[in-house]
Ligand binder design. Structure first.
Ligand SMILES: Cc1cc2nc3c(=O)[nH]c(=O)nc-3n(C[C@H](O)[C@H](O)[C@H](O)COP(=O)(O)OP(=O)(O)OC[C@H]3O[C@@H](n4cnc5c(N)ncnc54)[C@H](O)[C@@H]3O)c2cc1C
Ligand SMILES: NC(=O)c1ccc[n+]([C@@H]2O[C@H](COP(=O)([O-])OP(=O)(O)OC[C@H]3O[C@@H](n4cnc5c(N)ncnc54)[C@H](O)[C@@H]3O)[C@@H](O)[C@H]2O)c1
Length: 478
């Protein structure tokens, strides 16, 4: 039987991923009563099928790759990974796909949690289909924040539903390595999962439809990752698309390629991008279509009048990272609180209530061997947007700190300097361990630190951070 309850809150947040949790935390901290609606596990994709499990799979692979080249360690470090132990560690890092810890935190923060599928039901209203089959109706005095995240976007191949392919969910939660794994898509998910499963004993074939891996990043990133993946035994192919795939009677997958070739594998992973989870959330009730959740720098959906609807995190497509979604969440929470108090918003560039970093300085680390860390513009983005930049490159392997880190160190750094303003507007580092360098570049870009002042930021010897000094010297001497 369906029952109807109407409850009123100041704020309704749909989706308790990292982003929804942070919006709710901020609005509750501002004294606004807030309810979080969640249809699966509180904690979202990141905790169970994305960041946490993937990094738990990758860390042993990357540590072993470094350790194999550092003299004096037990030669046993070259042995294959203990697969069972790695997968058990990954299971723990994903809290065995249970969300009690998150639920406890939600309660302790004073936020109400309602389990069920949330849908907008007109202005400031949300209906929730509960697991018991009831429909709860919620009303918001001030705001509804849609934080429903994203899902894997599969290509429109014939019969794909009968193929039972892996998406990022299966790739991060599988309980044993497939003997042969074909990965379609050369973006971040494709290369990270190729690195992890190749190290865990699968024979990986990685298919890129373009001419390089990680096509959105500087070309040398994809080149260095390709070299290492091939050295690790992966079959990396370029200019190849999948034109058909079927699971045959014995459970194997037969993949037909655009060059006429065929591959047989045990599993196929489509790492072909993300789509916003906005198909079944009642957007039509507020005059929008699925995918229509563009948000401005205050995370407000301006296509809907009244400044009550917000889209935060992956669903708004501004920057698909947990850290960037949480940044947006802090801003959205503050904006909602500010509007509830009737105060005026200051959303100018770099103002406290503006998500300027989504546009100017999105940091990201790809956890491959070697790591790829980038923030701000690449050369091709600068060209596309007509920005006049100076480009400075340096081979990181020349640094004393890099050789100390791993004697066979290979890596490269690039910074882009805005010719008019003389500030760094983009940086990319590729090499083992460079993920920890990224915050320095993020501060330089967001702080718009004049390049001349960077000479006074002295990096310790012998660290990989000395790359900053070498980049400045290379520029001076060129
Ligand atoms: C394999 C992989 C690895 C990644 N690794 C990293 C990484 O290392 N670092 C990083 O920064 N980013 C990483 N990302 C990206 C990161 O996972 C996302 O940017 C992040 O999860 C977005 O958070 P979110 O809260 O917007 O969405 P999600 O985490 O997707 O959460 C959305 C929540 O909303 C719920 N929901 C959806 N629809 C409804 C509804 N109608 N009603 C109620 N609830 C609903 C969902 O169940 C989910 O819990 C990775 C992504 C993938 C796929
Ligand atoms: N370490 C991290 O922080 C991390 C890790 C994983 C994912 N992420 C986030 O998640 C986002 C999504 O990652 P992703 O790898 O799913 O998407 P992506 O958009 O980065 O890469 C998808 C790739 O698939 C290719 N592709 C699309 N359709 C195809 C087809 N039919 N055949 C062959 N190739 C096809 C695209 O050209 C693209 O290169 C990333 O942009 C990133 O923001 C972050």
């Amino acid at each position: 039987m369906t029952t109807e309850n109407i409850r009123t809150y100041d704020v309704i947040v749909i989706g308790a991923g990292p982003v929804g949790e942070n919006v709710a935390d901020r609005t509750t901290a501002a004294g606004l009563s807030t309810v979080l609606v969640e249809s699966e596990l509180a904690g979202g994709e990141c905790s169970y099928w994305a960041c946490e499990p993937s990094k738990a799979l990758l860390r042993p692979a990357l540590l072993r790759a470094d350790a194999m080249h550092v003299p004096g360690l037990d030669p046993g470090v070259k042995n294959p990974l203990d697969v069972e132990a790695v997968l058990a560690h990954r299971n723990r890092m994903s809290t065995d796909w249970t969300d009690e810890g998150q639920v406890e935190w939600i309660k302790s923060a004073g936020i109400d949690l309602l389990r069920g599928h949330g849908r907008l039901a007109g202005e400031r209203e949300v209906s929730v289909e509960t697991p018991e089959g009831d429909t709860d109706r919620l009303r918001a005095r001030h705001a509804v924040a849609v934080c429903t995240g994203s899902r894997a976007d599969l290509p429109p191949l014939p019969e794909i539903e009968n193929l039972r392919p892996w998406t990022s969910r299966e790739a991060t939660s599988a309980q044993q390595p497939p003997r042969r794994l074909v990965i379609v898509g050369a973006g971040v998910v494709g290369v990270e999962m190729a690195t992890a499963w190749q190290a865990l004993g699968s024979r990986v074939t990685l298919l890129a439809r373009g001419d390089r891996l990680l096509p959105r990043l500087e070309p040398f990133a994809g080149e260095l990752v390709t070299e290492r993946l091939r050295e690790a035994g992966a079959d990396v192919r370029f200019g190849i698309s999948v034109v058909g795939a079927a699971r045959v009677d014995d459970g194997e997958v037969r993949v037909t390629l655009s060059d006429g070739g065929e591959i047989t594998a045990d599993e196929i992973l489509f790492a072909t991008g993300r789509a916003p989870r906005s198909e079944d959330i009642g957007l039509d009730t507020v005059g929008l279509k699925p995918g229509d959740l563009a948000a401005d720098d205050s995370l407000t959906v301006t296509a809907v009048p009244g400044d009550w609807l917000y889209a935060v995190g992956d669903v708004n497509r501004r920057a698909l990272f947990t850290h960037q979604g949480k940044y947006q969440a802090r801003i959205a929470g503050a904006v909602i609180a500010c509007r509830a108090r009737g105060e005026r918003l200051d959303t100018g560039r770099w103002a406290p209530l503006s998500g300027t970093a989504d546009i100017e300085a999105v940091p990201g680390v790809v956890f491959t061997d070697p790591e790829v860390a980038s923030v701000g513009l690449t050369v091709s983005q600068a060209e596309r947007t007509g920005r006049a930049v100076e480009v400075v490159d340096y081979e990181i392997g020349h640094l004393a700190g890099a050789v100390q880190y791993r004697p066979d160190y290979r890596g490269r750094a690039r910074i882009l300097i805005d010719r008019d303003r003389q500030v760094v507007v983009g940086a990319t580092f590729v090499g083992p361990g460079v993920g920890e360098l990224l915050y320095s570049a993020t501060v330089a870009v967001t702080g718009e630190v004049p390049v001349e002042r960077l000479w006074h930021a002295v990096p310790a010897f012998p660290t990989i951070s000395e790359v900053w000094l070498r980049l400045l010297e290379t520029r001076r001497d060129s």
